[in-house]
Design a protein around this ligand. Structure first.
Ligand code: UGA
Length: 444
């Protein structure tokens, strides 16, 4: 096979991290976006969002001429042999996925393939429910190109499993690659692209690849909601749920990952994907009691943290809260579905005032609320003269705060932890009143 050239439509986490990884593996890649400033910045080596280590690698690939940004899908697809569709599929009000960006990308690909004579492989990488690639993307590409799948162009579905905050590591070193293929010829092209990726590769039919993505995210969400349900049971017995989950995770059939109880899962994936598969199942007459409960538990957890706060400090009226961590998890500026929002809303309803600190997430968080939150420059400013502190996302610099700091800065050294950011014994031994989800919270 000649050296393959790649077009990636979409410059979000999946599009850019995958594009960077393709470039790093030796494939010339053009990532497209509809926002001119994002393309311009990419060509200067600046990614459109914060992600550890991404900027350095993007810069290196851009300087080597292996990666570039563009707002011109036509140009990018013309200059490539494979097009990855990596656009967003946000939730609609009924929980189903909005496919308009996938549809318009398919139209662009079809229109351009009309005048392109070489064999081209179209790959969907966006998270889409089973049937979308073959029943939506395929007919659109055929209609607009006037060409036939399997003869003139190939078709694959290649789900992405990277985590935000670890996008660089995960895209360069995935633990598996799933290739859903229309036919062997299409799949062989992806197998070739991923030839130097050192991990397990699985080939299957396109629909199965689409469902694997939802099943994988649903199972991870199940593990978290399971640990969260046990956190509330454990508290009633004065047992540490982290100890319980450690014992559970030692079973190699289960493993210890994603059993960390806390104030619930956020982000652009678990909430959206579980809702989407639930919505689809309802449409096709399949009951999903397990996944319904996963989502319900996830709504309970942030409110459980507020209950824990009230149980610890009493009436919240007039109290100032030092709220640490607004992003949905550390090492990202993404605040989509962050648990910070329902918790802070409830704190205000109860009459409290919030001084917040986050290393990266202010710009995005501010778009989601106009509550009179004070956004502080440092965690020290947030803690200073606040009545107590609440932890929502455990950035390393927040985990590094010492008991002495809480004692020095807060009016009363009380920490209520939604992410188990600290060793409870250490904080307590050093004079901090510590409460956490799934910790031994019963009063002595
Ligand atoms: C998740 C999956 O982990 C990726 O494999 C997948 O590719 C991605 O969704 C996606 O579909 O694009 P991500 O949302 O970036 O990745 O972040 P996670 O690390 O999975 O965390 C999601 C949420 O779960 C966070 O709010 C985190 O705090 C919470 N979480 C995670 C827990 O509450 N407990 C845990 O044990 C693990």
């Amino acid at each position: 096979m000649e050296k393959i050239r790649i077009a990636v439509i979409g410059m979000g986490y999946v599009g850019l991290a995958s594009g960077m990884a393709f470039a790093k593996h030796g494939f010339k890649t053009i990532c497209t976006t509809t926002t001119p400033s994002k393309a311009e910045n990419l060509n200067k080596g600046i990614p459109p969002f914060f992600e550890p280590e991404l900027e350095g690698l993007v810069k290196e690939m851009v300087e080597k001429g292996m990666l570039s940004g563009s707002i011109n899908n036509t140009e990018a697809i013309k200059k490539s042999d494979v097009t990855f569709i990596c656009v967003g599929t946000p939730s609609l009000p009924d929980g189903s996925a909005d496919l308009s960006a996938v549809e318009s990308s398919a139209k662009d690909v079809g229109t351009i393939l009309k005048d392109k004579n070489d064999y081209h492989v179209v790959v969907t990488k966006s998270t889409i429910v089973p049937g979308t690639t073959e029943n939506l993307v395929l007919p659109i590409v055929e209609k607009y190109s006037g060409k036939r799948v399997g003869k003139d162009f190939g078709l694959c579905m290649n789900p992405e499993f990277l985590r935000q905050g670890q996008a660089v590591h995960d895209s360069l070193n995935p633990d598996r690659i799933v290739i859903g293929q229309f036919d062997k010829r299409s799949g062989d092209v992806l197998q070739h692209i991923y030839g130097s990726y050192d991990c397990q590769k699985m080939r299957c039919e396109i629909k199965a690849a689409e469902l694997i993505k939802y099943a994988a995210n649903s199972l991870l969400a199940i593990k978290i909601s399971f640990a969260n349900e046990f956190s509330r049971i454990s508290e009633k017995f004065n047992i540490d749920v982290y100890e319980v989950m450690k014992g559970v995770g030692l079973d190699f059939r289960i493993n210890p990952m994603f059993l960390n109880a806390g104030c619930g899962f956020g982000g652009s994936c678990f909430p959206k994907d579980v809702k989407a598969i639930v919505a689809l199942s309802k449409k096709i007459g399949v009951e999903t009691p397990l996944l319904d409960a996963v989502l319900y538990t996830n709504e309970l957890q942030p409110m459980h943290l507020v209950d824990l706060i009230k149980h610890t400090v009493g009436n919240l009226k007039g109290k100032t809260v030092a709220f640490l961590g607004l992003s949905f998890k550390p090492d990202t500026d993404d605040t989509r579905e962050t648990r910070a929002l329902p918790i802070i809303k409830k704190l205000y309803q109860e009459g409290a005032h919030v001084k917040a600190y986050d290393p990266k997430a202010y710009n995005k968080f501010k778009l989601s609320t106009d509550l009179p939150i004070e956004y502080m420059d440092t965690w020290e400013d947030a803690l200073k003269n606040a009545d107590f502190s609440v932890i929502q996302s455990d950035w390393q610099e927040i985990r590094d705060i010492k008991p002495q700091d809480f004692k020095r800065l807060l009016r009363t050294p009380v920490v209520i932890d939604g992410r188990r950011s600290y060793d409870p014994e250490y904080l307590i031994k050093n004079g901090v009143t510590y409460r956490a989800i799934g910790w031994k919270n019963l009063d002595d």
